[in-house]
Design a protein around this ligand. Structure first.
Ligand SMILES: Nc1ncnc2c1ncn2[C@@H]1O[C@H](COP(=O)(O)OP(=O)(O)O)[C@@H](O)[C@H]1O
Ligand SMILES: [Mg+2]
Length: 238
């Protein structure tokens, strides 16, 4: 399996790039019903589907893209994970109280699309999504927070989720990627808006999308550079 991660702030061309990946798969003979394109929110999933239908007018929008949907609906269907298994605003509030930290919770348009905004949790998330060692990421981020406090919040958060048997967005993403046997037999699996980190650091990892694809040609690393536009970058691994 080759995995490619695409990073870039909103509007930098991630969805466009991921749809180009879909195009490459179709051109290589993959049937559209074997392409999974998942997003966290219904809005993003619908946008991708609409753009795919526009991009591939020869295909039947209703029949040919059954796996362009929310990650949540995929997890629900195939892994039996439902809203009750996800960290809710109440859970975040309880965790914050127990850990003695202040945490802002953002309600998405959907019940499960919740994001907790906390400087440490945000950085922990970036490290997880990038597959980076936490201590290394902490050192690189040059935060003005003591390591022992940083580590404490990370540990407390993991402990809370474990104790209550709850998952957050990144866990959900990892579950989907880690349990390919329980997913539909897809030849390409794309996850758009893997995590919306747009408010964190306005730099290259501000927003990420993953295209874990299997079993696909060569991973590649490309950089799109358009003057005046924020850059998107991709990271590949096998
Ligand atoms: N290489 C490119 N050159 C010029 N415009 C682009 C390019 N890639 C994407 N765009 C345009 O930029 C806008 C945002 O692209 P999109 O792929 O939706 O970004 P993201 O998913 O990163 O938010 C779209 O209108 C798209 O058509
Ligand atoms: Mg997008």
């Amino acid at each position: 399996m080759s995995v490619e991660k695409v990073f870039g702030p909103p509007g930098s061309g991630k969805t466009t790039y991921l749809l180009t990946m879909v195009q490459q798969e179709l051109a290589a003979g993959v049937h559209p019903t074997h392409v999974g394109y998942f997003a966290f929110t219904r809005k993003a999933a619908t946008e991708a589907r609409d753009r795919a239908i526009q991009k591939f007018p020869e295909l039947n929008g209703d029949l040919d893209f059954p796996w362009f949907r929310t990650l949540h609906s995929l997890a629900y269907r195939c892994l039996g994970i439902g809203t009750k298994d996800m960290m809710s605003p109440q859970h975040y509030a309880e965790f914050a109280k127990e850990a003695g930290i202040e945490l802002a919770v953002e309600l998405g348009e959907e019940e499960f699309a919740i994001k907790a905004d906390h400087p440490i949790l945000n950085e922990v998330n970036i490290a997880r999504i990038k597959g980076k060692d936490l201590r290394q990421h902490y050192n690189d981020s040059k935060m003005e927070i003591e390591w022992h406090h940083f580590e404490y919040v990370d540990r407390a958060y993991r402990h809370y989720k474990e104790t209550h048997g709850l998952l957050d967005f990144t866990d959900l993403l990892e579950r989907v990627v880690d349990e390919p046997d329980r997913l539909p037999r897809l030849k390409a699996l794309i996850i758009d808006e893997a995590q919306d980190l747009s408010k964190l650091n306005g730099d290259s990892c501000a927003n990420s999308s993953s295209a874990p694809r299997r079993p696909i040609s060569q991973g590649m690393t490309t950089r799109r550079s358009t003057p005046g536009r924020a850059q998107m970058s991709t990271v590949s691994s096998h």
